[in-house]
Write a protein that binds this ligand. Structure first.
Ligand SMILES: *Cc1c(COP(=O)(O)O)cnc(C)c1O
Length: 503
């Protein structure tokens, strides 16, 4: 076959159809045949297979490349659609979105300028407006699709920084330069917030010291009294609160910060409020639980991750702002792309609102989802996950083999196994071991985290197909692994372990 026969165009439509159909058949067969979320393959076992592929020698046909792909990827991939995948914030994906993905990569629109995307730009704008309306923003709202929550948070904080610098300059008698202002800026966020806030602070020239962790209550929500105190301390110290970041659905606990009270404090202090709803955004489609997000409409900016609780394929996220004017802080003009005169001519160039230039048409996935199944159907799927987490909490709470940290608001559970006769250090190691052993078996995948210095396990439930029976079965597997480990490592002789090195 000639090189040109691989180009997707009017003459290769049949080749395209066949090639993609092959791929779809393989994936469909894989999905139908997965009995476990994972095979348990180790990097050392899989690496030689990937290394052995000679990239200088193409196979020539899609079906041969797909045969090879079975070995290097599909056979050992971690499958999020499996009901016993309970680890991270990954969702099974809805079929209309996968269809959208296939369409968007084939047409390959780039959403930076109108002259590269035409209808795509309008579709994205409709979806930004749709989401903003669900948030409860008014008609001045705007936003942009991004690659993920981390980028959405970065962009929101960039806008907050620029707005804060503008206000500081306006209110000061001397003309302050940006380098004079930056060291005084502070970002206040709960100790349970996402680490992308710190990364953003570094990228924004503030350093991690600029991020001030605000303590949480027992439910892992930001303490309003502590926030108020911290804001007062900043004022006394001559520091400027650049932003308060509230989390609507913390990654570990699914806890939702008290948004109305936090909004009150921000309003009083004139501070930018960013709500990181990367995880909790699914509530925007829930008929039963939308109320949990009350107050989000008072934010200046909001992060939503459709690739978490909207069942969309990676990547799909957006940052929304209450005042669309603030997006001007990322507007730069290039003569070859989006010259200033295109603004006067009202040509809608999305690059004017984005940190990216060439940008995927991820919005199409959500569009297809809403057009085929609708928002209520998404909300029902997420509600089922939240219901399941409540069931799982009841299971864990009633089971004295386990200690569970908080009753979930969303769909995560942080807990640990308490092997009989094990001291604190051995309990830690037994839980770490149980997670690794489970992963190695491939029977289920769970996550881990540290709470108050102690190793815990975590379920993140984003699959409505996960049943209470699945959860009970995984708990039994965890208990078996942890108990065996503890017994083998001397759980019956706890005093001897007090001097054992922690690993
Ligand atoms: C997942 C998550 C993020 C980061 O989002 P990515 O899409 O992974 O970049 C930010 N904040 C919270 C609360 C999250 O759960």
């Amino acid at each position: 076959m000639s090189s040109r026969s691989h180009l997707l165009n009017d003459r290769t439509a049949e080749h395209y159809r066949r090639s993609l159909t092959h791929g779809v058949e393989r994936v469909a067969a894989r999905l139908a045949g997965t009995e476990q979320p994972f095979t348990g393959v180790t990097p050392a076992e899989l690496a030689p297979t990937v290394s052995a592929v000679d990239l200088e020698k193409p196979l020539g046909t899609a079906s041969e490349a797909l045969d090879e792909l079975e070995r290097v990827y599909l056979r050992d991939a971690v499958y999020f659609h499996h009901p016993r995948y309970l680890a991270h914030l990954n969702c099974p994906v809805v079929i209309p979105a996968v269809l959208g993905e296939a369409v968007l990569s084939a047409v390959n629109s780039s959403l930076d300028t109108w002259d590269q995307s035409a209808g795509g730009t309008l579709i994205e704008r409709r979806l930004v407006a749709w989401t903003a309306q669900r948030v409860g923003f008014g008609s001045s709202a705007d936003g942009i699709f991004t690659s993920g929550g981390s980028q959405s948070n970065l962009q929101a904080l960039l806008l907050a920084r620029e707005e804060t610098c503008r206000l500081v300059r306006k209110n000061s008698e001397t003309a302050l330069s940006t380098p004079q202002i930056l060291p005084k800026l502070r970002i206040l966020t709960s100790e349970c917030s996402h680490f992308s806030i710190e990364k953003a602070a570094v990228l924004l020239g503030l350093g991690t010291e600029a991020v001030v962790p605000v303590p949480c209550d027992e439910q892992r929500r930001m303490r309003v009294d502590a926030l108020e105190e911290e804001m007062a301390r900043c004022e006394r110290a001559g520091e400027t609160v650049m932003a308060v970041v509230a989390t609507a659905g913390t990654t570990d606990f699914g806890s939702i910060d008290p948004l109305p009270a936090v909004a009150d404090l921000c309003e009083r202090a004139g501070a930018w409020l960013h709500v990181d709803a990367a995880y909790g955004c699914g509530l925007l489609t829930s008929r039963r639980r939308r109320g949990l997000l009350t107050g989000i409409e008072r934010a200046d900016s909001v992060t939503v991750d459709y690739h978490k609780s909207f069942f969309q394929p990676v990547s799909s996220s957006a940052v929304l702002v209450r005042d669309g004017d603030t997006l001007r802080h990322v507007t730069y003009h290039a003569d070859y792309l989006n010259p200033a005169r295109s603004v006067e001519r009202e040509i809608p160039n999305q690059v004017d609102k984005s940190l990216q230039t060439t940008r995927r048409f991820d919005a199409l996935k959500l569009w297809m989802t809403l057009r085929v199944m609708g928002a209520d159907a998404l909300g029902e799927l997420f509600d089922e996950c939240v219901d399941r987490a409540a069931d799982a909490w009841r299971l864990l709470d009633a089971d004295d083999r386990f200690d569970v940290v908080v009753e979930p608001r969303l769909s995560t559970l942080v807990f640990r196994h308490l092997p009989r006769g094990a001291d604190a250090a051995l309990t830690d190691r037994a839980n770490l071991h149980a997670r690794d052993a489970l992963f190695a078996s491939g029977e289920a995948v769970v996550a881990g985290t540290v709470v108050d210095g102690r190793h815990h396990l975590k379920f993140t439930l984003l699959n409505p197909e996960t049943s209470t029976a699945d959860i009970a079965a995984v708990l039994d597997l965890i208990a078996a692994h942890a108990d065996r480990y503890a017994a083998e490592h001397g759980a019956v002789h706890p005093p001897a372990l007090s001097t054992a090195p922690a690993c």
